[in-house]
Design a protein around this ligand. Structure first.
Ligand code: GLA
Length: 410
């Protein structure tokens, strides 16, 4: 048993537990048997992700530095015991206790419940590439927190694609698979996301961060297996997006800023160019561009610092990223700011290396790097203080960089 498993298995109320992938897969098989009266033929898993740094840079052709987390969506399937000719796929989500019937012929995603749209979008994409199959029963289980900014939706998409690979025996190239899943999210969930989440869920590698160049789509793996450093994820358990349109708005502001600066995307912009074109840019566009230009630099510098073992610098870069997301990109919120402030305070005595909001923002989670020996006390103290100040119980867990999507059985 490694440290992570010891923490997960121990009786420690400061840190939340979750089933290991192995146990989650067995549990899913049992639930499938109960729900459909036969064992599953195929089982597939895909993880959520956390982004260490490089936020809101993916759709600006920049760099991101995420890793897959030890929280998975697992899907089990078998040939259907009953067939409904119009909608040949029955998908049951055990967590929300709902069953939906799907068909790749459904044109309008609004015809199915929201969670099933991610599955439908991927089914349609696979169907278009000639991945066809007989009627199926599917059961979905998940340990990725829903709506917490840890890519539960990308994990569901990628798990679906991986399951359909197992069912049809046809495998996709990793980039093609990630892009198919991203397209499903754009077209069936109406979220114009970048490529980070799906790439990480497909390609994550145990004990590694992934430096992804979102322009060339090249991935550089960065080892992150130092047992003395633990990745701590704290969920504010709030979600503040008012309209759901904030993400799309940031994206179009970046595109407009790039256009005004005369570059193809903010990846090509520099602080010098920002200074020269200032007059032409409204303050809000200047702030958005400043965040993206700085964040891309911070991301590549973080990799160099990790490789040099300079964790103090990594911490500074994480705090600087948070400040920029709060002040220039304006996607943080009081709860995220409070968690980072509490972590920083612990950092004064060396108990936290760095901390920042992670994911799209407006709630969701922070990611912190913590010396492994301090994890328990840091988690305990932040949990108590956050709860005292907000009246909200946070969720807290640790993870190591986990393995990306794979077929568990079949
Ligand atoms: C969401 C999107 C990603 C990325 C992040 C912000 O998670 O799905 O593509 O843009 O926000 O970095």
């Amino acid at each position: 048993m490694n440290d992570q498993e010891a923490i997960n298995a121990g009786d420690n109320p400061a840190i939340d537990k979750a089933l290991s992938l192995e146990n989650l897969a067995s549990w899913t098989e049992e639930q499938f048997q109960q729900r459909f009266g036969q064992p599953p033929t195929w089982v597939a898993a895909a993880p959520g992700r956390v982004n260490l740094i490089g936020e809101h840079t993916d759709y600006n052709d920049g760099f991101v530095l995420p890793m897959a987390i030890d929280r998975y969506v697992v899907m089990a399937a078998a040939p259907s015991t009953e067939s409904d000719s119009d909608r040949p796929v029955r998908v049951c989500s055990h967590g929300v206790d709902q069953t939906e019937r799907l068909s790749p012929d459904i044109k309008d995603p609004a015809e199915v419940v929201p969670w099933a749209r991610y599955v439908l979008g991927v089914m349609v994409g696979c169907h278009r590439r000639g991945m066809t199959y007989d009627p199926l029963d599917i059961l979905v289980e998940s340990t990725v927190p829903l709506g917490g900014g840890l890519s539960s939706s990308a994990a569901l998409e990628v798990a679906t694609a991986t399951l359909l690979e197992a069912v049809t025996g046809k495998t996709m190239d990793s980039v093609e698979k990630a892009l198919l899943c991203q397209k499903a999210e754009h077209e069936y969930a109406g979220m114009p996301c970048g490529i980070m989440d799906q790439f990480t869920s497909v390609m994550g590698l145990r004990d590694h961060l992934m430096l992804l160049d979102c322009r060339s789509r090249d991935v550089k793996l960065v080892r992150m297996d130092d047992a003395d450093i633990t990745v701590l994820i704290i969920n504010t358990n709030v979600k503040h997006e008012l309209t759901g349109g904030e993400y799309a708005e940031r994206r179009s502001q970046c595109e407009a800023a790039a256009e005004k600066m005369g570059v193809a995307s903010l990846r090509d912009a520099t602080f010098d160019l920002l200074g020269e074109t200032k007059e032409a840019l409204e303050p809000v566009f200047q702030r958005r561009a400043r965040h993206v230009i700085g964040e891309i630099e911070r991301t590549t510098e973080t990799v160099a610092s990790i490789e040099a073992g300079d964790w103090a610098r990594v911490g500074e870069l994480m705090y600087a990223s948070h400040d920029s997301l709060r002040d220039d990109y304006e996607v943080s919120c009081v709860e995220l700011d409070l968690l980072v402030e509490l972590a920083k305070k612990q950092g004064e005595s060396g108990a936290v290396i760095g901390s920042r909001m992670t994911g799209g923002g407006f709630g969701g989670c922070t990611v912190s790097l913590v010396p492994s020996g301090d994890v328990e006390s840091v988690a305990r103290s932040i949990r108590a203080e956050y709860q005292r100040r907000t009246g909200i119980e946070p969720s807290i867990f640790t993870t190591r960089p986990a393995q990306g999507a794979h077929i568990v059985r079949g």
